[in-house]
Design a protein around this ligand. Sequence first.
Ligand SMILES: [Mn+2]
Length: 410
Amino acid sequence: MPTPRLTNEEILRRVEIWRDHGEEFTAAAKALSKPDTFIRRAVLEADRRGLLDPRDPRVPDGTHIKRRTIQTDAKGNETGRSTVIGPAAGADFKMPKGHALGRMTAQANADGEIERVWYKTGRQAADPDQVARLVRKAFNRFRPAAPVLPVPDCDADRLTVYIFTDWHVGLYAWGAETGGRDWDLTIARRVLAETIAELVSQTPPSGRALVLCLGDLLHADNAKNMTERSGNVLDVDTRHAKCLPTVTDLLTEACELIRARHARVDVVIKPGNHDAASTVGIREGLRLFYRNEANVTVDTSPDPFHWHRFGVNLIGGVHGDQARMPDLPLIMANIRRQDWADTTTRHFHTGHIHHDTLRETGGVHVYSHRAPVAQDAYHAAHGYLSGRSMRAYTYHAERGFRSTTEVEIQ
Ligand SMILES: [Mn+2]
């Protein structure tokens, strides 16, 4: 808020009256029936603005003459003068950054003219929108390690099995070469996380969940970037030390989402032909992460097969690169004799071939599942034409298989 300022014209008018009265403040003021200050103030201000003495420079608006220095010779004659100009006192008040006006006090003379103004400022109360923007910015890159999750309200008689297979994290695909999508670690991280989130949001609210990882979640098992048995050279995006933590992060995030939807979660991580050794480490990472959680168990069995009994359902899982698919029903019957006898719905889930098949043999549904990953040059050159998706299967303890949830990836 600006301090009221007299115009040069008004100042010169009063100065003229002052001169007409022999440069006497009181006389000049009395002639106008004004108090002394009416004239005194104008004369002082005229002096500061360089209006009184023709030897002074005319100062720019908002400035005052602060000091005059007059040089004289030995006889006392003026030989030169210099004038220092600075900001005028009472120039426009500038609010300090982040402050707001708290109180203003003005002093007026007998004529009601404001002579002095005091401003009292204080720290401005924060603008809530601005605070929200700052908080959002501060948490932009924040990834909670272990969010507190509500216990879901869901059907204890149902089990949803999440099939996580053949993610091939670390696989590199160049769309120009494969005729498909580009794929690398960054794309995998984003697409898999999005697909998992959508899949989990669409499954029925069953009380139980089984996270059934069927192998080849990693494309390469070590930094050699070759398959263990056949020694095929793999197209790998980056370092093994970056790929493996990406899988553990994705799996942990997936389990947290699943835990928010289902009251109890069992996590099973089986090896594939691309990641047999790394799977042991991934499994241990998950086991340690959930060691203090009562509603999540992580299976550490080195058995390549997984057997899961849920009421009338018997569910098997294996990667699918070793035992032949037509043999799987009899393997199930032999290894789980009692469960075989006590169940009526029997499903076997496999991965490996990245291709959607279902074959019913002896009353057992043997599935092979699609992979969510883009095709690499090897598979493209062989002309494989599979779609990409992620699936979950829901079973009822007494009524058997109920539904499939599938999220496709384009
Ligand atoms: Mn495989």
